[in-house]
Design a protein around this ligand. Structure first.
Ligand SMILES: Nc1ncnc2c1ncn2[C@@H]1O[C@H](COP(=O)(O)OP(=O)(O)O)[C@@H](O)[C@H]1O
Ligand SMILES: [Mg+2]
Length: 625
């Protein structure tokens, strides 16, 4: 006897996903077709897909800085390294800053050069921000980066194995004969980078890090390039480019002094230049006076220390913001990132969306925040840390708690609505109504919801961590609940298991039995798929206990064969039990009939078959209830 969800059968019919290997023999038997015929149907569906799509050439490089200045020697050195490696030796280049200086221009240099040489890598470019020094303290795990690369390389989710080791092997074999340019930005250490290094002679990896990563040079033949601040002449050139030739030519002494006060650090120069450029009639000598004043207040005058200078420049620019823009800047510092949209910022600050867009434009103009892709705003790490410091100095704890509560509510309600579009058959959980000041963000279609989750995935994960930190345990289990259909469609079961573990812990702290059953069930399902059957069973057992205690309907499965001896089968059986107790359990025999009809229609040569059915919503969703 085979029991499956109707929605799963529909996806098989459409060719959106494939049955797991252990299901196939049972499926063939249930359908009365041979195993060979079943495989034929399934593979003709996937052939049609890959023929349509053609090979995927990823183009993940973010845009380079428009008015990039100087660095001629470094660019030439990088090109020499590449030329040397072109003979066929593997090339790994590490760009790292002296003394771990942030804001020195590592990312800008790496991207500038990557764009210059991208044409030499015909199989495309991969880029990941490894968030090694994110103030929120959540560096990307190598397996997360690999998973993102597999998606970028066009591997369908259902063809990506659930276990990280197998994914890493798949990544290596995919790159083995490719000429790929890979940028690993903001690496924390060698361990984070190593699994991502391509062994292919034709590919090149550029790593940026605040550390020297000497271990990569020793063990992985990486070439180190230490990046210092700009030369004084380059700093003046950067300021001239951004403030304008006429003003800088009129006050050359002031320009030189601004460069010195910024310690020639590109990030400080960029912020100072943006502020000066936004006040066209303002004499540059007055900018110097203000910058000196700012440094004086912080008692770091002429220290020549880049990190001290950058603080003085930030505080100078920040103090000139209007009240509302300054408040928006501070509150954005409470958002863990990696980036924020105008609707989310509007909820964070309880301001209208048009007003929020105006404030974000002001902050962007002053280079305090960057619109790194249309509608998505991000901080440089140093600016985020500065904004968070200002928030703690200026606003009271109740204001922070209210802002954090609003932004958590924002993502929870937006996620809940989007999840409903991804899986309309799922019994929704009941949320508390959103608090005042929240700007609703609603997905309008399946595609929109998928795009929303794809764009917000890292933000949502950061929100779960923020919910835990701020003691908002209802958000800490409900946000992961909303992410389930998306992550399941992506085949992201490791990530799903990790956040459902967090969710379950929150539900236990809340002493909320229904939340514990929901999170425990999703955790157990993910664990079953990634092969941790022992843990899965114990979580399923807990769920069953709770469902029984609560008097929820339990349906005895029709098949329990092998359940006593085989953990996988027992877990699967328990899945069916728990699934059957859910309010929207389907009539499975009719689903099986439908699948059989499809197969026989296909065999008869009709137009409806696995190979030609359109597949608007690809899915790797397996047997998650
Ligand atoms: N050579 C350069 N020319 C123009 N702007 C630069 C240059 N280097 C860095 N910047 C600007 O300085 C800021 C900090 O640079 P970034 O590359 O982000 O630093 P890092 O990666 O070392 O922390 C960014 O706004 C960047 O655009
Ligand atoms: Mg950087």
């Amino acid at each position: 006897m085979l029991e499956v969800e109707r929605s799963t059968v529909v996806r098989w019919e459409r060719g959106e996903t494939e049955p797991l290997p252990w299901i196939r023999p049972k499926l063939a038997k249930a359908l009365g077709v041979s195993a060979g015929r079943l495989e034929e149907l399934l593979s003709s569906a996937s052939t049609a897909e890959s023929d349509d799509a053609g090979p995927t050439v990823p183009r993940q490089l973010p845009a380079a800085v428009a008015d990039f200045t100087g660095r001629a020697a470094e660019l030439a050195a990088l090109t020499r390294i590449l030329d040397d490696a072109s003979a066929g030796t593997p090339g790994t280049v590490v760009i790292s800053a002296i003394g771990g200086t942030a804001g020195v221009g590592k990312t800008a240099l790496a991207l500038r050069w990557a764009h210059q040489v991208a044409h030499r890598f015909g199989d495309g470019q991969l880029y990941v921000n490894l968030r090694g020094f994110d103030p929120s303290g959540a560096p990307a795990k190598p397996e997360e980066a690999i998973r993102g690369f597999l998606d970028a390389l066009g591997v369908p989710a259902e063809r990506i194995p659930p276990m990280p080791d197998a994914q890493a092997a798949q990544y290596r074999s995919l790159l083995a004969d490719k000429r790929m340019l890979i940028v690993l930005d903001n690496a924390r250490d060698e361990q984070q980078v190593r699994p991502l290094l391509s062994a292919s002679p034709g590919s090149l990896v550029i790593v940026t890090s605040r550390k020297q990563l000497a271990g990569l040079a020793a063990d992985d033949r990486a070439r180190l390039l230490s990046l210092d601040v700009l030369s004084h002449a380059e700093a003046v050139q950067l300021l001239t480019g951004r403030v304008g030739q006429a003003r800088t030519a009129a006050e050359p002494g002031a320009v030189t002094e601004i460069a010195t006060l910024c310690a020639c650090l590109p990030l400080a120069l960029t912020v100072a230049a943006a502020r000066a450029a936004s006040r066209p009639g303002f004499p540059l000598s007055a900018v110097v006076a203000e910058l000196r004043d700012s440094a004086g207040r912080l008692e770091i005058l002429d220290s020549g220390d880049a990190s001290a200078s950058v603080r003085a420049v930030f505080s100078w620019s920040y103090r000139q913001l209007g009240d509302q823009a300054a408040r928006m800047f501070r509150l954005c510092g409470l958002h863990p990132g990696p980036d924020i949209t105008a609707p989310a910022a509007a909820s964070l600050a309880a301001t209208s969306e048009p007003e929020t867009r105006r404030l974000l434009r002001d902050l962007t103009r002053d280079c305090l925040i960057t619109e790194h892709s249309p509608g998505r705003y991000a901080f440089h790490d140093l600016l985020r840390a500065y904004a968070a410091d200002q928030a703690h100095d200026c606003d009271g704890e109740p204001d922070h708690a209210a802002a954090v509560g609003r932004v958590l509510d924002h993502y929870l309600h937006a996620g809940h609505a989007a999840a409903g579009l991804l899986d309309p058959t799922r019994a929704p959980i009941t949320l508390a109504p959103p608090g005042p000041g929240i700007v609703p963000e609603r997905s309008v279609s399946y595609q929109h919801a998928m795009a929303w989750f794809a764009a917000e995935r890292h933000v949502l994960l950061a929100m779960v961590a923020l919910a835990v930190r701020s003691g908002s345990d209802s958000h800490a289990w409900q946000i992961p609940w909303t992410m389930m259909p998306f992550l399941a469609r992506q085949g992201q079961y490791q990530e799903l298991a990790a956040i459902q573990g967090t969710a379950l812990a929150a539900a236990i702290r809340l002493d909320d039995m229904s939340a514990q059953a929901e999170s425990g069930r999703l955790l157990a399902s993910s664990l079953t798929i990634i092969g941790d059957h022992g843990q899965a069973l114990s979580h399923y057992a807990n769920c069953l206990k709770i469902y029984r205690q609560r008097g929820d309907r339990l349906v005895r499965p029709r098949s329990t064969e092998g359940s006593a001896s085989w953990p996988n089968a027992r877990a699967a059986t328990l899945t069916r039990w728990v699934t059957a107790s859910r309010p929207f359990a389907f009539s499975r025999p009719s689903a099986t009939r439908r699948w059989r009809q499809t197969c026989s229609t296909t065999q008869a040569g009709a137009t409806v078959n696995l190979a030609t059915t359109s597949r608007p919503e690809r899915s790797a969703s397996r047997h998650l209830p």
